[in-house]
Design a protein. Structure first.
Length: 255
């Protein structure tokens, strides 16, 4: 992380280096060791050592968002956006990380059901050409619009997202959800088929996709396909909210 003269006031060079070492350690603990708890401790220590380390705020905010600590994640990600915005003025290489921080903040705001705020954060990220994960930003924009009930705008964003990345299984899942809301079960099945066929790890285990496709098949009176989707949904994780919803539908459909 570059350290402009104004940005590290009060932080020694040793503390800055130790902070960045903690960031790197946390990344290894998270990605290589599959130990998010240890990673969180490392990133918290990185922030204590250098409160103006944007990477530490970004990674810690993302990790806390994933475990449902949304209010704390929001605060950290807002700080990451502020730091990256200031530091990218002097180092344009940080603009992609700024877009990443905005996208992560937008996702947290969606989970907090603050959709207009999410869109205000996400739209600038969608204009950043150096950010190579534009499909993720467009997917989040589409989700925020879907939750707001702006279905046509959501459709445009999600179609762009999966057009940019044809293996974006979450994007296809959201597109399937949208088609169901539009009472277009046939196109919902088409989108959900695409989601579950993506040969990337985890894509064929998206419970929501199996649940949504079962509902679409039910609307189309494809009873056998619906039963198969519900069974697979329950098998993945019977105690999750989606697994329980699938089990209820199984019970309702039983002769």
């Amino acid at each position: 992380m570059a350290c402009a003269g104004w940005s590290c006031a009060g932080v020694s060079e040793e503390s800055r280096i130790q902070s960045q070492a903690d960031v790197d350690l946390g990344r290894a603990q998270y990605a290589d060791e599959n130990n998010p708890s240890a990673a969180i401790v490392s990133w918290e220590r990185a922030i204590r050592r250098n409160p103006e380390n944007p990477e530490a705020h970004l990674y810690l905010g993302q990790a806390l968002g994933e475990v449902g600590q949304l209010e704390r994640a929001e605060s950290l990600l807002r700080r990451a956006v502020t730091l990256y915005a200031a530091q990218s003025v002097e180092d344009e290489r940080l603009r992609a990380q700024l877009a990443e921080a905005r996208n992560s903040l937008g996702a947290v705001l969606i989970n907090l059901r603050r959709y207009d705020e999410a869109l205000a954060v996400l739209r600038p990220a969608s204009q950043e050409l150096t950010y190579t994960s534009q499909h993720l930003v467009l997917g989040n924009i589409g989700l925020a619009l879907l939750r707001k009930g702006s279905l046509e705008e959501a459709s445009q964003a999600l179609e762009r997202a999966v057009g940019l990345q044809p293996q974006f299984c979450v994007g296809f899942t959201r597109l399937g959800e949208l088609r169901l809301q539009q009472n277009d079960a046939a196109r919902a099945v088409e989108a959900l088929d695409r989601a579950l066929a993506v040969p990337l790890r985890g894509c064929n285990a998206i419970q929501e996709a199996w649940l949504l496709r079962a509902r679409a098949h039910t609307q189309l009176q494809h009873a056998e396909q619906a039963r198969g989707d519900l069974q697979r949904c329950v098998e993945i994780a019977p105690r999750s909210a989606e697994g329980q919803a699938c089990a209820r539908l199984q019970g309702a459909a039983a002769p």
